[in-house]
Design a protein around this ligand. Structure first.
Ligand SMILES: Cc1cc2nc3c(=O)[nH]c(=O)nc-3n(C[C@H](O)[C@H](O)[C@H](O)COP(=O)(O)OP(=O)(O)OC[C@H]3O[C@@H](n4cnc5c(N)ncnc54)[C@H](O)[C@@H]3O)c2cc1C
Length: 149
């Protein structure tokens, strides 16, 4: 029930009809967004779903209360949570509540699509001052390395 999924599937359908090879959609790589206030956005496995699927997980959480841009915007309510596969470091899922998170989730969607790991995300440089810095912090938090909380 997502417009972007329907649109993507439509393109795949036409490409298949035109004889192109299309890759099946992986539903764990589709962003879900709720435009309430604060906004909600997520991609991939929740912690519970990952455990059900047999993964041993590492979880990171970072509150927007500890992010300077969120404070300056007067939007301190929110949280970012990451779920990693403990065995490989792959990002399994990410869940965000807060200002502009529907704009930021795409960063984690690209990470899911590219099957990026904690190591690559930790080394990624995020711009300052942005709420997106909390995405980095939530990655670092999963491995005990958050800087501002
Ligand atoms: C109020 C509302 C808000 C939404 N908000 C969001 C949102 O913010 N973000 C998001 O990602 N998704 C949202 N969605 C969901 C999203 O719109 C749908 O998931 C998406 O449009 C589904 O696309 P579709 O092509 O499968 O179907 P549709 O977009 O429903 O297209 C089906 C088309 O087929 C036509 N049709 C039906 N029967 C026949 C027939 N017998 N002959 C010929 N034509 C026919 C219909 O007229 C329609 O044009 C929202 C949905 C609603 C109802």
């Amino acid at each position: 029930m997502l417009a972007h999924k329907a649109s993507h599937e439509a393109v795949m359908c036409i490409e298949a009809i035109a004889g192109k090879t299309v890759h099946p959609i992986d539903v764990t790589k589709i962003p879900g967004c709720t435009y309430c206030r604060p906004q909600i956005a997520s991609v991939g496995y929740t912690e519970a779903r990952a455990k059900e699927a047999g993964y041993k997980v590492r979880v990171g959480k970072f509150p927007l209360l500890a992010n300077g841009k969120a404070l300056a915007m007067g939007e301190p309510t929110g949280l970012i949570k990451t779920v990693f596969d403990d065995a490989t470091g792959e990002l399994l899922g990410a869940h965000m509540i807060g200002a502009e998170v529907t704009e930021m989730i795409q960063g984690y969607v690209i990470a899911r699509t590219g099957e990026l790991t904690e190591a690559e995300l930790s080394e990624t440089i995020f711009p300052h001052p942005t709420i997106s810095e909390s995405m980095h912090e939530a990655v670092l938090a999963a491995y005990g390395g958050a800087l501002h909380f």
